[in-house]
Ligand binder design. Structure first.
Ligand code: SF4
Length: 323
């Protein structure tokens, strides 16, 4: 018997897989990439967790579909910030079900725990998520199964319900004991979860979509740097450190062009390609204001081809346009 588990890299989804593997089920740990994970690379961590419990790791990229169908039109609204958790979970289950068929698996697993998150993991929300995911009772939640209705895998005897658990609420005690029983190590997830739950990130998305359509290649620009919206509407992003600068350099969006001071240690900045001349010159001066430039003219390179001569302006002047 084979199953596909929705796998986030966290302890609960790992334990849910371990409980199924203990019952002789072959498990594929499926990570669904919606594009809003943190900038830290968590792939290595996820692979290690799968290895520890003996699951196969698989990743699927649904960023375009998530932007198109879920992020801006969730049927069940948002959590505290820009996180459409109920619709997002339902969507993940729908994707997982397709993969289930593709890999010849018979059912789905999730590490959800009843009552762990007040809005997205209460009994009602768990039911809605199943409906949205069209899981046809093929979804089993091993950590809370005994508190929930019997599912097809249990009714058909593929899984022994007696060996499943009845965890509820936010406590972590049972999970910690289980982690010990399964001999799991390094299970703390590396910092940074879903950015849609971050209030400042939500501000950046709201600002972006006021002026432009958010597409997959634009997502990364929201993850790095200081963000400004200039007088004529151009977006300006200035790197704060090496990580930001490297991140901004790797942004694939064709809607932005880079700015970098010449002859002075300069951050990398990106500005809207269609910026007005006024915004463009302001952006060039703003970049210099985040350097140790003296009060004189410097060249600023625009998109590695063109250079202009500008003087730095005060940071207070730039901050007026900060998000
Ligand atoms: S936290 Fe993010 S990834 Fe998780 S369900 Fe909510 S929106 Fe989706």
């Amino acid at each position: 018997m084979k199953a596909v588990a929705l796998f986030s890299g966290g302890l609960d989804s790992t334990l849910a897989m371990a409980l199924m593997i203990e019952q002789g089920i072959e498990v594929v740990g499926l990570n669904v990439n919606i594009g809003f994970g943190s900038t830290k690379d968590r792939r290595e961590h996820m692979e290690k967790m799968c290895q520890q419990v003996g699951a196969e790791f698989m990743e699927v990229d649904i960023r375009s579909q998530f932007l198109r169908d879920i992020l801006f039109s969730p049927k069940y609204g948002y959590g505290k910030n820009f996180n459409p958790c109920i619709d997002c979970h339902g969507n993940m289950f729908r994707v997982a079900k397709e993969i289930m068929v593709e890999v010849g698996a018979s059912f789905l697993i999730s590490g959800e725990v009843v009552g762990q998150r007040p809005k997205s993991q209460n009994s009602q929300a768990l039911k809605i998520v199943e409906e949205l995911g069209e899981t046809d009772e093929l979804l089993i939640r091993p950590l809370s199964a005994k508190l929930l209705k019997k599912t097809v895998p249990e009714r058909n005897g593929w899984v022994d319900r007696e060996k499943l658990l009845r965890i509820s609420g936010r406590g972590r005690e049972t999970q910690m004991k289980l982690a010990e029983r399964f001999g799991l190590s390094d299970f703390e997830t590396p910092a940074g979860g879903c950015l849609l739950t971050d209030s400042f990130f939500a501000t950046k998305i709201r600002d972006f979509v006021k002026y432009d359509k958010l597409e997959v290649d634009d997502i990364d620009i929201l993850k790095f740097g200081r963000h400004f919206r200039l007088e004529d509407g151009a977006k300006l992003v200035i790197g704060r450190n090496l990580e930001d600068n490297n991140g901004l350099k790797s942004v694939k969006s064709k809607k932005f062009i880079s700015l970098e001071g010449v002859g002075v240690k300069s951050p990398i900045a990106l500005i809207s390609k269609d910026a007005s001349e006024k915004d463009l010159f302001f952006g060039c001066s703003a970049v210099l204001s985040y350097t140790k430039a003296e009060n004189r003219e410097y060249e600023v390179e625009i998109g590695e081809k063109e250079r202009v001569l500008v003087s730095p302006i005060s940071r207070d002047e730039v901050r007026k346009y900060s998000l």
